[in-house]
Design a protein around this ligand. Structure first.
Ligand SMILES: Nc1ncnc2c1ncn2[C@@H]1O[C@H](COP(=O)(O)OP(=O)(O)OP(=O)(O)O)[C@@H](O)[C@H]1O
Ligand SMILES: [Mg+2]
Length: 347
């Protein structure tokens, strides 16, 4: 067997005349936890629906375990789906909710009991198996809906923003839980989120999507540290992004950077189309640039500065132990090459 669990080949997905996903190619490895990340409307749910068999592609193929399932109905694909809404049956106990799919499949009673108990155990819900959904918290309901999918032993488990209904603490807890479940069961998981920190924390690989296309694909580290485009850089927190105007023969050791609001001179040349800094990469209190502090926010470890400059707003995060500068004061800042990300358009 190859190690590819799901293969999307030249996949085009449309709603009537609206093409949501044009020509997508993606291989998902067996046992991988892969995140589809991207802004609202970029085609994440559409891609998941196609893998699950809930929509028919306009063109292209979907392979699961090397078998073409493009025309196979959803219930024959062995794909599990967990959505943001838990869609549990309100009148059934936790146990019966998890058992439901197995009963539909006419699984023998003893095996149902065994698998449901193991599934509930896996998500830490064995002690609450008798409760109905209304008697459970959001996180507990989400665990049940996970167990319900897991007991079916799907070849692929699709999770569409499964944590977005949970409060911040539960989200973090379930994030760790999901990762553990994935390691423990070895099930291939495709996880949709528009929360970059969630994708970074959870996944083996991230697929960053934009307008139905793959903008960048790779490990969380590579996406975070080496975004290949302005879009990707912006998405992973390079909040200060500029286009680079080429140095002239008169200024070989300098360059000008610009954004829609204005421009700044750097005292070094830059060989790239764009240059970007995270707020943590901007130095304040020294350097050759000046600006006015427009806002300062205390954020625990650091203080977040918004500085008005000749090129609009620059965001800078400084260790909170440094004495703050008051709003309205003039401040010096530096945009060092050492903390910059250079981006050159791919051919
Ligand atoms: N039923 C539909 N009919 C027509 N267009 C649709 C339909 N569902 C989605 N679309 C369009 O397809 C595109 C992709 O939508 P999709 O739901 O896949 O986005 P998404 O990445 O999941 O976004 P979100 O993060 O908001 O859930 C969007 O432009 C959307 O407007
Ligand atoms: Mg969606």
């Amino acid at each position: 067997m190859s190690d590819i669990a799901v293969s999307l080949k030249d996949l085009t997905l449309a709603y009537g005349d609206t093409v949501a996903v044009p020509d997508l190619n993606l291989d998902i490895h067996r046992g991988e936890l892969i995140a589809l990340l991207g802004p609202s409307g970029c085609g994440k749910t559409t891609t998941m629906r196609a893998i699950a068999g809930l929509m028919t592609p306009t063109a292209g193929q979907i392979l699961i375990d090397n078998t073409d399932v493009t025309r196979v109905p959803p219930n024959k694909r062995e794909v599990g789906l967990v959505f943001q809404s838990y869609a549990l049956f309100p009148h059934l106990s936790g146990f019966e909710n998890v058992a439901f799919g197995l009963r539909v499949r006419k699984t023998p009673e003893a095996e149902i009991t065994r698998r449901v108990e193991a599934g509930l155990q896996l998500v830490g819900m064995a002690h609450l198996a008798d409760r109905k959904p209304a008697e459970l918290s959001g996180g507990q309901q989400q665990r049940l809906s996970l167990a319900r999918s897991l007991v079916m032993k799907p070849k692929v488990l699709l999770l569409d923003e499964p944590l977005s209904n949970l409060d911040a603490r539960l989200r973090l807890e379930m994030r760790t839980e999901l990762q553990r479940l994935q390691r423990q069961t070895g099930i291939t998981m495709v996880f949709v989120t528009h929360d970059q920190s969630e994708a970074l924390a959870l996944s083996d690989r991230i697929v960053l999507m934009k307008d139905g296309r793959i903008e960048q694909i790779g490990s969380p580290e590579s996406l975070y540290n080496q975004p290949q485009s302005v879009f990707a850089a912006d998405f992973v927190g390079y909040e200060n992004i500029f286009a680079v105007l080429p140095s002239t023969t008169a200024t070989p050791d300098r360059c000008t950077i610009k954004n829609p609001h204005g421009q700044l001179q750097l005292d070094y040349p830059v060989a790239a189309d764009h240059i970007a800094w995270r707020p943590t990469g901007v130095v304040i209190g020294s350097g050759g640039h000046h600006g006015t502090v427009a806002a300062v926010a205390f954020a625990g470890q650091q203080r977040e500065y918004v500085i008005d400059t000749d090129a609009g707003v620059i965001k800078a995060d400084i260790d909170a132990s440094v004495t703050p500068v008051a709003v309205g004061d003039t401040i010096r800042f530096d945009l060092p090459l050492s903390s910059a990300r250079l981006i050159t358009a791919q051919p």
